[in-house]
Design a protein around this ligand. Structure first.
Ligand code: SAM
Length: 216
C-alpha cells in the first residue's frame, strides 16, 4: 500500500521530478554509447538497452537518433523493480555492498513510460522481465547496438549469451560498470563470457566492448 502510494505520488510529480532526463550513465560512457549509435547508423537491427532504470538514457538517445534520421526501433528491458534477489545475493558474495540491494526498486513500467513521454520518446518500447528468463519471443531478431547495464555478474553473462547471437555484423555491445575497481560485478559476467567464447576482452572508459562479426 505504502509502495503503491509512493509510486502514485512519483507518477503525479513526473513533470517536476523528471524535468530533465534521469540518466544513470557516467558522462564518458554516455558519450561512448552515443558515439556507437551514430557510428552504427548503417548497421541494420534494433537498438537495445538492457537495464534502462528511469529511462533517461533512452530518452536522450531516442531524441538524438530521431534528429539524425536513425530510424530503428529502441527496445528497453528491465524488471522495473530493481535487482533479482538471487542474482544480487550472489554478487554480495563477490563484494557488492548489501546496502545497494534496493537501489533501483520501486519503479514501474508506467512511470518510465510517463517519463519517456515527457521527453518526446514515447515510441521507445518497454519490455518488463528478468533478462535471464524473459521468453525468447520478446527478444529482437537482430540488433545493431546494445547497451547492457544491469550491474550484476549473472544477468550480464546470461544477457550476453542471449544477445551475442543476435548482434549484426559490425554491431556493438557495450557493457556498463566494467572498470577494474568497482563494487558492481558486471565485469565478472563480461569476462566469463569472453573467456568461454574465446573473445578478446576490450575496455574503454570502464565499459566492456564486443563487436559483431559475420561468423557468429
Ligand atoms: C544502472 S541501472 C540502468 C541505468 C540506465 N541504463 C541508464 O543509463 O539510466 C540498472 C538497471 O538494471 C535493472 N536490472 C537489474 N537486474 C536485472 C535483470 N535481471 N533483468 C532486467 N533488468 C535488471 C535494474 O532494475 C535497474 O533499473
Amino acid at each position: 500500500m505504502k509502495q503503491k502510494l509512493k509510486e502514485m505520488a512519483r507518477s503525479f510529480l513526473v513533470p517536476l521530478l523528471y524535468r530533465y532526463p534521469p540518466t544513470c550513465l557516467a558522462p564518458e560512457r554516455l558519450y561512448l554509447y552515443f558515439h556507437y549509435l551514430i557510428e552504427c547508423k548503417e548497421i541494420p537491427g534494433d537498438i537495445v538497452e538492457i537495464g534502462c532504470a528511469m529511462g533517461g538514457t533512452a530518452a536522450i538517445a531516442r531524441n538524438m537518433t530521431r534528429h539524425l534520421d536513425i530510424n530503428k526501433r529502441y527496445l528497453c528491458y528491465d524488471t522495473f523493480d530493481g535487482f533479482v534477489e538471487q542474482q544480487f545475493s550472489s554478487d554480495v558474495g563477490l563484494g557488492t555492498p548489501a546496502q545497494d540491494r534496493h537501489m533501483f526498486s520501486g519503479s514501474s513500467r508506467d512511470l518510465v513510460a510517463k517519463i519517456l513521454k515527457r521527453h518526446k520518446a514515447e515510441d521507445v518500447t518497454l519490455i518488463q522481465g528478468d533478462i535471464t528468463t524473459i521468453p525468447d519471443s520478446t527478444l529482437p531478431e537482430s540488433c545493431s547496438v546494445v547497451l547492457l547495464d544491469v550491474d550484476l555478474a549473472e544477468p550480464t553473462y546470461q544477457a550476453l549469451k542471449r544477445f551475442w547471437p543476435r548482434l549484426a555484423p559490425g554491431g556493438v555491445i557495450l557493457v556498463d560498470d566494467c572498470p577494474e575497481s568497482t563494487s558492481w560485478k558486471a565485469r565478472v559476467g563480461y569476462r566469463r563470457f569472453c573467456q568461454e567464447m574465446g573473445l578478446a576482452e576490450q575496455y574503454r572508459h570502464g565499459m566492456g566492448i564486443l563487436t559483431g562479426v559475420a561468423t557468429h
